[in-house]
Design a protein around this ligand. Structure first.
Ligand code: SF4
Ligand code: SF4
Length: 369
């Protein structure tokens, strides 16, 4: 119960803090913009899996080029204050170029950082690094239990590999008497796995040492989440919105999730779901995800996404706001760029319920008026 409460409070604090920071920065932006509070790093677009539900499936595994060199990464990180949180994701980060030296540098600079992985690659050096340098949060994407997980990933033995990784990192944490990294399990709720959510949650409890179970509602908005980056916000994809849909009964889906939330009060393994939706509206989300959106949000001035080649995007929306190389590796300057300002203005004018925000895991979604 207490763990649930603390986790909920931390989540609210992060949510509120990022919104407030964005609001302040939105006002300072033209004079002296602050650095981003959150830097999402899409460290690679490559992935060793091809999950059917992947919202990046169209853009995975390109021929990556123009990678930032190590020296360039260092310049970027050196210009950031320690308060900037690094959210490292992919593709699959464990196969990113220079992943170990990069993580070493990020963590030695004292940043709070999180890494999200599909857990299929075992790398003892990396796991030791995460513990030694106090990575804050390591998130494994787990879709189901055992063979059902392997089928969801179309990858035999992938569940076994996650278990191996989990057991190894917990062993290292125990040996080194470290609380970090905190371990999270992320599950995307699909038509295939919703009946097994409680079973999966109980399996997480049985495995032990897991700090948080996070559920992702299905979302499919092509302008979001590391797909293409577009030059102009006039492109039709900006009005595509969230086209995800569930075939299963929305009533049963909602009752399963609400049942799981109740169940987690007994297991004491905290649970959350994203995008955040008022519980009473969950059934409506499952019936039609595209009927939900974001009423208001200031976080566009608090978070930047940077790709492996230095390309920058606001929040996690695929609009080109330049390359970090154009800004002398100083992310603050991106807020001042004309491209960003033009986009920021257009976004602000589009509230309530801009299409680009549909499916964003950083903001509460409500039924569109
Ligand atoms: S592991 Fe993640 S990034 Fe890779 S295909 Fe599956 S959902 Fe997409
Ligand atoms: S995409 Fe929209 S909802 Fe998400 S953080 Fe940015 S402004 Fe907020």
């Amino acid at each position: 119960m207490l763990a649930n409460l603390i986790s909920k409070q931390l989540h609210l604090l992060y949510d509120w803090g990022l919104g407030f920071y964005g609001w302040i920065n939105g006002h300072l932006g033209t004079i002296y913009p602050l650095n981003p509070l959150v830097l999402r790093i899409r460290i690679t677009k490559n992935c060793n899996f091809h999950c059917s539900f992947c919202f990046q499936s169209e853009s995975l595994n390109p021929k990556e080029k123009n990678h930032l060199e190590l020296a360039e990464w260092k310049k970027i990180i050196d210009r950031l204050p320690r308060r900037t949180i690094l959210d490292v994701t992919g593709g699959e980060p464990f196969i990113a170029k220079n992943f170990i030296p990069l993580m070493t540098y990020f963590l030695e600079k004292g940043h709070k950082a999180s890494v999200t992985t599909n857990g299929s690659i075992y790398n003892e050096e990396l796991l030791n690094l995460f513990v030694d340098k106090k990575l804050y949060y390591l998130m494994f994407s787990v879709e189901d239990v055992g063979i059902a997980h392997d089928e969801a990933r179309s990858a035999p033995k992938s569940y076994e590999k996650i278990l191996k990784n989990l057991s190894a990192i917990q062993e290292i944490k125990k040996k080194k008497k470290s609380k970090y990294p905190l371990i999270g399990i992320k599950t995307t709720i699909t038509d295939s796995n919703w009946r097994n959510l409680i079973k999966l949650h109980d399996e997480c409890v049985r495995i032990g040492g897991i700090d948080h179970h996070s559920l992702a509602l299905l979302k499919q908005n092509p302008i979001r989440g590391g797909n293409e980056i577009y030059e102009s916000e006039l492109h039709p994809v900006f009005n595509a919105g969230n086209s995800a849909y569930y075939e299963s009964s929305s009533k049963q889906l909602a009752s399963q999730v609400i049942g799981l939330i109740e169940h987690s009060k007994k297991t004491k393994l905290p649970i959350s779901f994203k995008p955040n939706i008022p519980l009473g509206d969950l059934e409506k989300y499952f019936a039609n995800p595209g009927s939900f959106g974001v009423r208001a949000c200031h976080k566009v001035n608090g978070i930047i996404t940077m790709y492996y080649d230095g390309a920058l995007a606001p929040c996690d929306i695929g609009i080109d706001i330049g390359n970090v190389r154009d800004y002398d590796f100083n992310l603050r300057l991106a807020w001042k760029a004309q491209k960003f300002k033009r986009y920021q203005k257009k976004l602000q004018q589009s509230f309530p319920y801009p299409k680009v925000c549909e499916g964003c895991c950083l903001a509460t979604h409500t039924l569109k008026a």
